[in-house]
Design a protein around this ligand. Structure first.
Ligand SMILES: C[S@@+](CC[C@H](N)C(=O)[O-])C[C@H]1O[C@@H](n2cnc3c(N)ncnc32)[C@H](O)[C@@H]1O
Length: 281
């Protein structure tokens, strides 16, 4: 499906005026319903231990950024079918998983033991996990699927104990924007380059899930420029103290362009990870 429904210039005087993607077409379905439809496909993709990228890049990277001690409490925000919750639990953390999709939570419970507590709830809802606090909150590959950042960041601040850490990982907002960034080949220079057609505007991009499914089975990727993430965190009282950009672990099969492809893969990051802590006032 190639419907690109919401792209609007929003930059003014160095601040981002957020356009509510709610006014765009793709958010016409509730996120829970959208992800309920995709749950079986996503569960098959990720399985018990994670996809290739999760296992090689995301889980070890997030673990290092979180600086956890054994026995600490962790909220896996938008936990999906619980793949990272299980990873954390195996490393002796006390884990709670929250996700808006009932189907995802059902898969998570069926694949995990009872020591992990799963709850259905919306990360944007200020009533979610009322009264609960954690040593760390982690959100992997999911903020880009959530419509509004400010309420999520306010909740993250509310859920963090003093000294707590928030770690988020997204596909890189500068270089990995669905349908707006592409690899290209420069024949003269013999280099593979990354083309970026849109960056500064927030946009809501429907993605067919699973690929090749019916047109009404889609999830939404909310693209935001970096300043939107920093603004939402700062407004919520979160202070970024770590940023990492992770490249793919893959290499090309030997061939004419393999060297250029490998170089491009190492130069243009695939994921961005941020760590934030409650700001001290
Ligand atoms: C791409 S999956 C990532 C799941 C998991 N974090 C992982 O790394 O496998 C995105 C998840 O975000 C969840 N989600 C989307 N909107 C949400 C919201 N408003 N509140 C909580 N979860 C949400 C979806 O249900 C889905 O499970």
């Amino acid at each position: 499906m190639q419907r690109n429904v919401k792209t609007k210039k929003t930059r003014r005087s160095g601040t981002t005026k957020r356009t509510s993607p709610r006014r765009g077409k793709p958010a016409s379905k509730k996120p829970s319903a959208v992800w309920d439809q995709a749950a079986q496909w996503y569960d098959a993709l990720v399985g018990l231990k994670g996809s290739e990228y999760q296992k090689a890049v995301i889980f070890p990277g997030a673990m290092q950024l979180m600086q956890l001690k054994k026995g600490e409490t962790v909220l896996d925000l938008a936990c999906g079918q619980g793949v990272f919750s299980r990873y954390l639990s195996q490393r002796k953390m006390k884990v709670t998983g929250l996700d808006t999709s009932e189907e995802m939570i059902r898969f998570a419970q069926s694949r995990s033991d009872a020591s992990i507590r799963y709850e259905q709830g919306d990360a944007q809802d200020d009533r979610a996990l009322q009264g609960k606090t954690f040593d760390a909150v982690v959100c992997l590959l999911a903020l880009q699927n959530i419509e509004s950042l400010p309420p999520v960041m306010h909740n993250v601040k509310r859920w963090l104990k003093p000294g707590g850490r928030f770690v988020m990982v997204t596909t890189h907002p500068c270089f990995r924007i669905p349908r707006q960034t592409h690899w290209g080949w420069d024949e003269q220079k013999k280099i593979q380059y990354r083309r970026v057609d849109l960056y500064g505007s927030e946009s809501a991009i429907p993605i067919l899930t699973p690929p090749f499914a019916q047109a009404n089975s889609f999830t939404v990727t909310y693209h935001r420029p970096l300043q939107s993430y920093f603004e939402a965190m700062a407004e919520a009282g979160l202070c970024v103290n770590g940023l990492e950009e992770w490249t793919s672990h893959k290499t090309s099969e030997p061939g004419k362009r393999a060297k250029a492809e490998n170089r491009a893969r190492q130069e243009i990051p695939l994921f961005m990870a941020l760590r934030a802590v409650p700001a001290s006032v």
